[in-house]
Design a protein around this ligand. Structure first.
Ligand code: AMP
Length: 306
């Protein structure tokens, strides 16, 4: 089984109440790939500029991520995002977004990327997500993430992209903004009305909710005491969720038991992500730590009296 991701490959400058970093490795595809590679083989598709050194690619390679489809654009500059968080870490404030090499990017996928079983269209221009979706014609589970910028500036393309995937993973606020529904369950149903069979609403530190045609499910977030930087938590969630489903060979018709477990792995990976800046914590994460925290989450959510 294998997984392909397209999304931003970025330098991020981030400030939280607990510190700051300049131009650290980031981007939706990077955060996703580092989480998903704990479960399955991952291929990353996307452009970088001359400023993206081999040492950054090596960090991905060392974790087993296939970077053959990371294209270096001569004379180009890597995608850049700057943001900050106030004391409420659930809300990211964007200070700067520079698409740079993504402005002109035409994805060229290798056979390995094209024939992946699972596809994640990470947060980036929806038309780019659609081109990669069209190229991956053998995928049995395609999922998509987005953000307020694209809801506001490329709504029609985004709605078309949503119609072409099996699963949508958005923040609760983004679901409300996209659908105009104040109620999350109604908003999720409205997203399903656009095509997808599965909707995951990410709710920051409060956890995540899953909506399918067969019912819904929700998990609380793990209450981590030392949260330093939530950047990438949503993508790490998606990496745990889809990485697990890919490893299990579950396609778009995955049943609720598999999806519940995928939600748990997503929650666990997101909880590690927030413990340090950017990719720092996930880069040193071991499979044993993942399983130990999954057991903690299972204990936390057991509600039978016996
Ligand atoms: P999240 O999981 O939502 O915290 O995603 C954070 C990542 O999204 C950061 O590493 C940013 O580089 C990336 N990002 C921020 N804005 C955009 C955007 N407009 N398009 C693509 N990626 C973005």
């Amino acid at each position: 089984m294998s997984l392909t991701v397209v999304g931003s490959i970025a330098f991020d400058s981030v400030r939280t109440p607990f510190g700051e970093r300049e131009r650290m490795l980031g981007g939706s595809a990077v955060h996703f790939a580092l989480a998903a590679t704990m479960f399955s083989e991952v291929h990353v598709v996307g452009p970088v500029g001359d400023d993206f050194g081999e040492e950054h690619l090596d960090l991905l390679r060392e974790r087993g991520v296939d970077v053959a489809d990371v294209e270096r654009v001569p004379g180009g500059e890597t995608f850049f995002w700057a943001g900050h968080y106030e004391h409420d870490l659930n809300v990211a404030h964007t200070d700067d977004t520079q698409l740079n090499v993504f402005g002109e990017f035409e994805p060229k996928l290798s056979d390995a990327s094209r024939s992946a079983d699972t596809l994640f269209l990470g947060n980036i221009q929806p038309e780019l997500q659609r081109r990669v979706r069209a190229a991956c014609d053998r995928t049995s589970l395609a999922a998509l993430d987005s953000m307020n910028l694209w809801i506001a500036t490329a709504r029609e393309s985004l709605v078309a992209a949503i119609g072409e995937v099996d699963c949508v993973m958005l923040n609760d606020a983004e679901i409300r903004e996209l659908t105009g529904e104040a109620n999350l369950a109604r908003g999720a149903r409205a997203v399903m009305g656009l095509g997808p069979r599965i909707v995951v609403a990410k709710r920051g530190e409060y956890g995540a909710a899953l909506f399918t045609e067969h019912g819904f499910f929700a998990l609380p977030g793990l209450l981590i005491e030392d949260v330093r930087d939530p950047t990438g938590a949503g993508d790490s969630f998606a990496g745990g969720f889809l990485g697990y489903l890919d490893r299990e060979g579950a396609g778009a018709d995955a049943g609720l038991p598999s999806l519940r477990r995928a939600m748990a792995y997503g929650t666990v990976l997101a909880s590690f992500n927030v413990e340090d800046f950017g990719t720092e914590r996930i880069l040193r994460l071991s499979p044993d730590e993942v399983e130990a925290r999954l057991a903690e989450l299972e204990a936390l959510t057991r509600i039978s009296a016996s």
